[in-house]
Write a protein that binds this ligand. Structure first.
Ligand code: SF4
Length: 457
């Protein structure tokens, strides 16, 4: 018998109904050897799906895949099945709610609300499980054995105590990690502070270090509707894949899944390469047994995010006629955030300066006044010389255009948008209406794929 880790691929009819999803999940797990020995009678099973935002697939895992897994775990003898997840920082801090407040935007969704809205809470409870948002879970401080970029985190006790831990990622591209599969998925278990700090340019090693805390006993990948392009949120585009995959080696599963997404060398995915290097599993596809369908029979060439196909400076410098960007000595996280900040500033027909990095070179006189000059990231806020003088002058004038943080993540984009609203350049009602239209477009697409779904508002 082969000692190779097994990764199964099951393809079904598309679009699948509930029975078909049940069949595919069971078949995928059976092909990897089943649940015998993994789930014991009377045990506590904990499931971590990818629920990125208050949007159904392909942004979040299909609720029917989760409930199928809950039912299977119960059938295998589990006494208790808990589904836990922590939504993205963008969802917690930035995603716009359907209504504005009198003073501006109403933002942010907690995980428990996302679980209810997507119908996951109801589905899981009907299948005999329970749900909990990572924000509400009891945490313990964990020292990560073998952690390289991440050494100590607050981690949900329920996962540490679980008899069996099951990871259910989606199959998506990601602007900061190329793809998000099983290794990236575990980030949602960290508390808000941990999730926030992860988003630097050592994000990939952070993800791998999180996997060292509690390796999953089983990975079940929802590849029914995949996502390509500028994922992992609303910027991505659905790919109708129609596959479910399973495996007991998370690295092997990510390796084969990325090949199914058209990445012929899976070691180009940093989380896979680093996890294999750190001994978490097998990345070499020649050392992995693929069961069920072949990679070639399901493979689709996913469009990778522009951050992986274009030079990063081509997304940041010299793009918008109304933005003078001064960026120097900045790491990749700040380059990406600069691109996102610029896309907000570009909506306003005014000239802006955006200063980013540890030592950006700026001309003796900027083309903008202080009110239209933004600093992005802690490095820009710590730069001395003329920029220090400028910041002091802005402080004295009571002009706060300082978008701090390392990395300057979602909170900086929220502050930038709020600043543009307070300057009268953006109308919160219009922003809410636009977000609502965008949300409805996503919902409409998903309703065609799954007519039994409706958002539980
Ligand atoms: S603030 Fe500085 S160190 Fe932090 S992400 Fe930006 S450039 Fe890198």
């Amino acid at each position: 018998m082969s000692n190779k880790p097994v990764v199964s691929i099951v393809k079904g009819k598309f679009p699948p109904d509930r029975q078909e999803i049940d069949r595919m999940v069971r078949r995928a797990i059976d092909l990897t050897g089943g649940l015998q020995g993994k789930i014991k009678k009377g045990s506590h099973v904990v499931i971590k799906p990818n629920l990125f935002a208050p949007y159904p697939p392909p942004i979040s895992v299909d609720r029917r895949v989760i409930s199928s897994m809950v039912r299977l775990a119960r059938e295998a003898g589990a006494k208790r099945v808990t589904v836990i997840e922590g939504v993205s920082m963008g969802t917690l801090m930035k995603r716009v709610r359907p209504s504005a407040t009198p003073c501006g935007m109403n933002r942010g969704f907690k995980t428990a609300e996302v679980m209810r809205l997507l119908g996951i809470k109801r589905e899981v409870e009907e299948a005999g499980g329970e749900v909990i948002g990572a924000e509400d879970a009891e945490k313990v401080e964990v020292n990560i054995k073998g952690g390289i970029a991440l050494h100590r985190v607050n981690y949900p006790k329920v996962v540490l105590d679980a008899d069996c831990f099951i990871n259910i990622p989606a199959m998506k591209t990601h602007t900061m990690t190329m793809v998000t599969l099983s290794i990236k998925n575990l980030q949602g278990l960290l508390d808000e502070r941990g999730r926030y700090y992860s988003h630097r340019d050592d994000l990939q090693q952070h993800m791998v270090d999180i996997s060292k805390i509690r390796k999953p006993d089983l990975v079940l990948l929802d590849g029914l509707l995949g996502m390509e392009g500028m994922g992992a949120g609303e910027g991505g585009t659905a790919v109708e894949m129609g596959v479910i995959m399973a495996g007991y080696d998370c690295v092997a599963l990510d390796s084969i899944a990325s090949m199914c997404m058209g990445i012929d060398n899976p070691l180009l995915v940093s989380t896979t390469r680093l996890a294999a290097h750190d001994g978490l599993g097998t990345a070499n596809p020649f050392l992995i047994e693929v069961a069920g369908e072949t990679i070639a029979s399901v493979r689709k060439k996913f469009q990778l995010p522009a951050t992986y196909t274009m030079p990063i400076d081509s997304l940041v410098t010299g793009i918008y006629p109304n933005i003078d960007i001064y960026i120097g000595g900045a790491c990749s996280a700040c380059w990406l955030m600069a691109a996102l900040a610029e896309s907000q500033l570009a909506k306003v027909p005014q000239r802006f300066s955006l200063i980013v990095g540890v030592d950006p070179k700026v001309p003796p006189k900027l083309k903008t006044d202080m009110a239209h000059t933004f600093f992005l990231g802690e490095c820009a806020l710590a730069t001395g010389g003329d920029l220090l003088e400028l910041r002091n002058a802005m402080q004295l004038a009571g002009i706060d255009r300082f978008l701090g943080g390392c990395p300057p993540y979602e909170q900086s984009l929220v502050k930038l948008e709020d600043t543009l609203i307070s300057m009268g350049y953006l109308d919160p009602q219009e922003l809410v209406a636009k977000a609502g239209k965008h949300r409805e477009e996503f919902f409409d697409y998903y309703r065609k794929y799954d007519p039994t779904w409706e958002a539980e508002m």
